[in-house]
Ligand binder design. Structure first.
Ligand code: UGA
Length: 424
């Protein structure tokens, strides 16, 4: 069967995974990316981001993947154009839609193309575009990929949301057909509801995290162990076990931005979304709580050597957007501590992002002579360190703040460490 060729605009995490995923399903895919260096390296089969399984998928489907800087190359060959550009937050908290607008301005007056919006946009964006550009089809197809497991998420999505208003129903059918081989549950709806499903899903997951973080903070005072609490709660089908891991707060390019954007959207209509205001505030405080845990044991942090283990906002990605490490490095520097950071994938790129921190070449280098270790990102490598042997002998003070409850507390304590977890 002939598969419909598709276009993908923007070769970031979302764009590349979408492009490679559809190429794997047999589609010819034209990817338009404005950065020429990226196009060149992708053309050579080199993937500029760290995403497990993605380089293999890109190489395997190289024949069907075409990278170009020219919109015209794509418009000629594909009718369904997946928009996968950034919509970063502005200072006001609203989403910056300038890249989406730039795409619109490059489409000319074609009446054969449809935009399939994967970028996260405010509710109402689709209708506003459809009003202004009646000749272009518009389908909302929000993405739910998680960095670090994006390739698997593409292959087996929990659901695929396809939102279209009447005029674009035929394009929506074509988008739905693209996903047929994945055998996923399809949620067919209107554009505004599709846009809201995306924002509400992220806001709900963020709420779950802030909720369990608050339970953790109270558990610390009351002698409960949040991991046990989460286990007991998660077995309730209505609650579920996922996104109940207490930690040093959520980061990344999505939750912080999308929660803020939804709060802002509500605010624009005159509605004060109180719950989300709290979710954001809890997360900001959570990112900073490590400081008092260190002070509890070290007193003033001035001149203290602190090893920050992990810079990425979560493991298996090189993404540092809104990462807790950034906030912590800033706060530690503010307290006069000397920070040595190490991340297995972000590596040297962290230099300059972390206020005044030294970037170590290995975890052991960061830990050498340290007064405290703070585990920020649960990279597997950190679990495999010889904590009770080599690490213990290298640290000046055997103090660990385990920001993800990732290490073996009993083992560390037995070896003479002072251990501070989250909510236990
Ligand atoms: C998130 C959503 O999970 C995806 O469904 C969505 O497509 C994506 O945003 C997006 O909007 O593009 P992502 O930001 O890649 O995906 O990462 P998550 O795995 O959701 O983690 C976000 C943050 O929450 C991380 O900092 C993680 O450490 C933290 N987290 C997650 C916790 O603190 N506790 C948990 O139990 C789970």
């Amino acid at each position: 069967m002939d598969r419909e060729p598709i276009g993908v605009i923007g070769a970031g995490y979302v764009g590349l995974v979408t492009a490679a995923g559809f190429a794997e399903l047999g589609h010819e895919v034209w990817v338009r990316e404005i950065v020429p260096e990226k196009v060149e390296s992708l053309g050579r089969g080199e993937v500029p981001i760290h995403e497990p399984g993605l380089p293999e998928l890109v190489r395997k489907n190289a024949e069907r993947l075409h990278f170009t800087t020219e919109m015209g190359d794509m418009l000629e060959r594909a009718r369904l154009l997946f928009v996968c550009v950034d919509t970063p937050p502005t200072y006001s908290g609203d989403a910056d839609l300038s890249r989406v607008e730039a795409v619109l301005s490059e489409l000319g007056d074609s009446n054969e193309h449809a935009l399939v919006m994967k970028s996260t946009v405010p509710v109402g964006t689709g209708r506003s575009i459809a009003r202004r550009r009646e000749e272009i089809g518009y389908v909302s197809n929000p993405e739910f990929l998680k960095e670090g497991s994006a390739v698997d998420d593409f292959r087996s999505p929990d659901r695929v949301v396809v939102g279209a208003d009447e005029d674009s129903a035929e394009y929506a059918d074509r988008v739905e057909a693209l996903y047929a081989p994945l055998d996923a549950e399809i949620v067919r709806t209107d554009v505004a509801s599709a846009e809201m499903i995306k924002l509400a899903s992220n806001a709900f997951l963020a709420t779950k995290i802030s909720f369990i973080n608050e339970i953790a903070n109270v558990s610390e005072e009351l002698g409960a162990d949040v991991r046990e609490v989460a286990r007991g709660m998660g077995l309730d089908d209505r609650i579920g076990p996922k996104f109940l891991q207490a930690g040093v707060g959520f980061g990344g390019s999505c939750f912080p931005k999308d929660v803020q954007a939804l709060k802002q959207l509500a605010g624009n209509t005159g509605y004060h979304f109180q719950l989300l205001t709290a979710v954001i505030e809890v997360n900001e405080l959570q990112k900073r709580r490590t400081i008092s845990k260190l002070q509890k044991h070290l007193g003033s942090l001035a001149g203290k050597e602190v090893a920050l283990l992990g810079v990425a906002f979560k493991p298996d990605t090189d993404d540092v957007r809104e990462a807790t490490s950034l906030v912590l490095a800033g706060r530690l520097a503010g307290e006069g501590a000397n920070v040595r950071a190490y991340d297995p994938v972000v590596g040297e790129r962290a230099r300059g992002m972390l206020a005044g921190a030294t970037i170590a070449g290995s975890a052991l280098e960061a830990l050498d002579g340290a007064d405290a270790a703070v585990l920020v990102t649960e990279w597997q490598e950190f679990g495999e360190l010889d904590w009770t042997g080599e690490v213990k002998s290298r640290m000046r003070v055997p103090l660990v703040v385990d920001g993800r409850n990732y290490l073996d507390r009993e083992e560390l304590v037995a070896a003479g460490f002072t251990y501070e977890g989250i909510g236990r």
